[in-house]
Design a protein around this ligand. Structure first.
Ligand SMILES: Cc1ncc(COP(=O)(O)O)c(C=O)c1O
Length: 419
């Protein structure tokens, strides 16, 4: 790779790749052999090569060979067995509390509704959520508030920061039913202090639901140890489940019997094949399942989980921190002269797996980058978001991406001065 700027040691990214014990795993992913620079693994992870074979095997042997018998031979329990695996490998959750099934949005609806319904009889008629939470979380909360006659209390956060415990405390009262927050902010990558915030909510008797979409598979999570009540997360980002792969949900064992979810379907019934009158929820996490699970959508996810299991989530996080650190250093060296600002925490302990960079021309820059097969994301206001999926991203890929960003910013600057 060319290195026109002598202030960057030519060897930095190559050295980091040489020292990276996880570097070889990049070859496990489809597309690693191409020159395309993928900086959006926090939106949709790359597929694993082995997934093509496991999908073909599933069609031939399990679906084609076992047909309807497959339900008795594993598919019926797959939401729970796979949920336990996600819990063990990425969430710090003991078995029996995690399942896979609906989309993130639907799972958010089911769990927030269940939580407020359990809290309303105690006079708890408020939901607390931050103003920069992901849109679907905010929309679901507003819909449930309308449906149940609740008040939404908004925690103001900046688009380059995130949720902190002291400002949150000011909104928490004996009327708070549930607090809905993201562990890693989708825009800034702010990494919330799950333990302290959960404890603050518990101090007033509220429940907390954590959206783990941007943390599952990238940041170590300790749901049980931190006393978390409820959680939801998608599987198509750092868990590489593929477009539209189903979300997981988590309900701490201590809450399960008192929570009634609103979409009471036959697959969550205590005895689904009795097909009798009336609904009796199953014991345990099965009660949060509604209908037939999307078995095909869970196959790629299984492959990625076994890769993460082999490596360990702490090693994944260590590489994630190194990747985001490199991105910030190169921004300071190469992009700051164009007026680019880092809109993510500089403190690695407060930063998730992506970095957002701001400049007034970023919308145009991102469009130009996509045309040349360099794929970050654009998020308002003026944010180029770089998602660094640790197992499929090399340091050299990051460096190549920054070369391209610097070139496009340079073009934008010269088109502005000549216009
Ligand atoms: C924090 C967060 N929550 C929810 C979602 C999406 O929900 P769904 O999977 O239902 O589309 C996303 C998608 O990017 C997200 O980043």
């Amino acid at each position: 790779m060319s290195n026109p700027d002598p202030s960057i040691p030519a060897s930095t990214a190559a050295d980091l790749d040489r020292q990276d014990a996880l570097a070889a795993l990049r070859e496990e992913f489809v597309g690693a052999e191409t020159s395309l620079v993928y900086l959006d693994g926090n939106s949709l992870g790359r597929p694993l090569r082995r997934t093509a074979a496991s999908m073909a095997r599933f069609v031939e042997q399990e679906w084609g060979g076992r047909l309807i018998r497959g339900w008795d031979e594993g598919w019926f329990d797959l939401p729970l067995t796979l949920g336990d695996e996600i819990g063990r490998i990425t969430l710090g959750a003991a078995p029996g509390q995690t399942w896979v099934g609906d989309s993130t949005t639907v799972t958010l609806y089911k769990l927030i509704r269940a939580a407020v319904d359990a809290q309303l009889p105690d006079g708890r008629d408020e939901i607390v959520i931050d103003t920069d939470n992901f849109p679907t979380d905010r929309y679901v909360v507003e819909g449930i508030a309308r449906e149940r006659g609740l008040t939404v209390r908004w925690l103001d956060v900046t688009t380059h920061g995130g949720v902190e415990v002291e400002p949150l405390r000011e909104l928490l009262t004996e009327r708070t039913a549930v607090v809905v927050l993201s562990q890693v902010a989708y825009r800034s990558a702010w990494l919330a202090d799950v333990e302290r915030i959960t404890a603050a909510a518990h101090d007033v008797g509220a429940l907390v639901l954590w959206d783990l979409c941007h943390s599952a598979g990238s940041v170590p999570i300790e749901l049980d140890a931190h006393g978390v009540d409820l959680a939801v997360g998608c599987t198509y980002k750092y868990l590489n489940g593929g477009p539209g792969s189903p979300a997981f949900g988590y309900v701490a064992a201590r809450h399960q019997s008192r929570l009634a979810q609103p979409i009471q379907g036959w697959m969550g019934h205590a005895d689904p094949f009795a097909m009798g009158p009336g609904y009796t929820p199953a014991e345990g996490a099965r009660r949060f399942i509604s209908g037939t699970p999307p078995v095909l959508g869970m196959l790629a996810l299984r492959d990625m989980l076994s890769l993460v299991d082999g490596v360990g989530i702490d090693a994944v996080r260590a590489k994630s921190v190194a990747l985001t650190q490199l991105a910030i250093e190169v921004t300071d060296e190469r992009l700051a002269p164009f007026g680019v600002e880092v809109a993510s925490p500089r403190d690695a302990d407060r930063r998730g797996g992506h970095v957002t960079l701001r400049h007034p021309r970023m919308r145009e820059v991102v469009a130009a980058l996509w045309r040349r097969d360099v794929i970050p994301d654009y998020r308002d206001p003026h944010g180029l978001r770089i998602g660094l999926s640790p197992l499929s991203t090399s340091f050299a890929e990051v460096e190549a991406g920054f070369e391209a960003i610097a070139e496009e910013l340079g073009r934008q600057a010269s088109s502005t001065t000549t216009a």
